[in-house]
Design a protein around this ligand. Sequence first.
Ligand code: ADP
Ligand code: MG
Length: 702
Amino acid sequence: MNSQVFQTPIEYLRGVGVSRADVLKKELQIFNFEDLLRHFPYKYIDRTRFYKIRDINADMPYVQVLARLTQKEIVGEKHTKRLVAQAHDDTGTIELVWFQGIKWIEKTLIPGKVYVLFGKPGSFNGKAQMAHPEMELYSTEVQQRKGNLTLQPAYSSTEKLKQFSLDSKGIQKLVAVLLEQQLKDIDENLPLYIINRFKLIDRASAYRHIHFPEDTAKLNEAIHRLKFEELFFLQFRLLRSKLLHTQKFKGNVFGTVGELFNQFYHEKLPFPLTNAQKRVLKEIRQDTQRGVQMNRLLQGDVGSGKTVVALMSMLIAIDNGFQTCIMAPTEILANQHYQTIKELVGDDFIEVGLLTGSTPQKNRKVLHEQLENGQLKILVGTHALIEDKVQYQNLGFVVIDEQHRFGVEQRAKLWRKNVIPPHILVMTATPIPRTLAMTLYGDLDISVIDELPAGRKPIQTVHYYDNQRLRMFGFMKQEIAKGRQVYVVYPLIQESEKLDLKNLMDGTEVMAREFPLPDFRISIVHGKLKTTEKQFEMNRFIKGETQIMVATTVIEVGVNIPNASIMIIENAERFGLSQLHQLRGRVGRGAEQSYCILMSSHKLSHDGKIRLDTMVKTNNGFEIAETDLQLRGPGNIEGTQQSGVLDLKVANIATDQELLITARKCVEEIFQKDPQLELPENQILHQALNTKGQGLSWNKIS
Ligand code: ADP
Ligand code: MG
């Protein structure tokens, strides 16, 4: 019954009505009781204490003052129009001023009465002042409140809402009505054994105390409970859809490790696998024997050896009579994968095909035939290889490189490529923290390669300020003289915006002067070039015809140019951490020592400084991702927008990682023990499944 009450339109709440409902919807997206219930205070203010006017100053945060109003007056014209009032206590006077909502505030103020003024103290012409204070007539009610409510909730509001008397105080009143009249008892939605095990307070108390905490301890208990609930149901939803997926889709069974794999492993693989690579292969091997479709995300820094793992998994698939394909986001990358795989497997071992947008029609026809008759075992390509025209005889294993460019729909398209959908391995070089991964990719299993092959020289990173530019040029010359190549990367050109960026063109001019022909040759690549022009310039650089590549961030993710060992990032402070890390990953692919130079101006924000320091300090993508998450919060991390992570109201993926993992484990145990949620103690969860709303974002589940 509760759940229906939750969905009651907000206009039915006493004290709301049509016009207030309207602004609540427009300004705060509060449509129903639940939305209001979950419009949590953004802070709490200690309102037990009253300050004397003499004692307040402009450095103080919000304070509460008890003072008698002496006069009020609307002064000024049009834009300067404002309401000014005076109030005093036994220690001094204070000026109160309002610039908005003047008319109705003026009407409510009664000179001669004592008010509780609440606001941020300021000063004007050396006098104490308070702009837009909250005004409350001092009454017995206030005196009582002093006794039992120590923490006053503060709700976000807007100017528009204030015109309808829905400032923080006004909203608070609505919440009080809601809790007292409509939601006297809020049903529990977690099983009792979980509540006991994690020592949670019940749901009704939690909602009550997050709005009107009796004290800090109660408030913390309330927040903890609601955070747990939120994270629990987030994971519950994710793991359940994963479970349903497994039940719905069977998977091909790769029963044996055969000839091809063994031959490759023993005769062709030119290096020992790292422990991380072995572990991931084992995970994939286990997954593909279970008769359930694998959907696995493989995370690992650039150069950690993901491609080799992918190839060896593909060989297992082929050994079991299946075809495989590997899909890259761009032609250049598809080409590179093709070359890499050809080199690794060598001649006469297995047939490898390449299919991209620029594959000539003639070759296409041959490829299509070979795919349909099953002759072609490995196909490398771009999106072209999931087009409907491309039919496989028996596709069993698909590798997708660079997750974030492929959506769920594209993955789904692959599932339809065979009667039993192929196993899918998604590779990404953009590591994200574990907690975020288990939320963003809750429907995928996750493997991590957290170890670089032995003998790699870690990239050395330095941070130079603009006045050290000559040093940078000197270093470039020295390395170019040794035969190395250099990337110089600029933030994207934003021509319409007058940002004080030395944009790419200025930069190129300086470069051209510093590195003149005929000794030096420079390639330029930016977003305004046609694809063919870009490719032409890229190729010149790849072939070593140019030594410097000046580019905007358009340079291809994952492109492998082992001789390019220096990455210079201009205006590095403008890039996000993960982007910096990605860019740095373009170098460090050859035998030579590689370098990354971060150039920035002296003007660095606090976060900007942390970003650059982090880059200098570590090469570990996971560590960097973790810092990124802490700095930016989950909302700005790629992929979070669609994930429901942002629907979290109380919990925070960045700061509540431990609780998230606890909740996740708890949900995993439940599904392991009771996948159909049949046990009596889990009935409550079964009900939650069928309940709309309640902050569980069921609408997100399709
Ligand atoms: P990723 O796809 O993760 O960026 P790759 O699979 O392309 O990495 O590997 C990068 C380079 O390292 C390739 O030249 C590859 O042959 C080599 N490599 C991969 N695994 C190992 C290993 N275990 N030991 C030595 N070199 C390796
Ligand atoms: Mg790679």
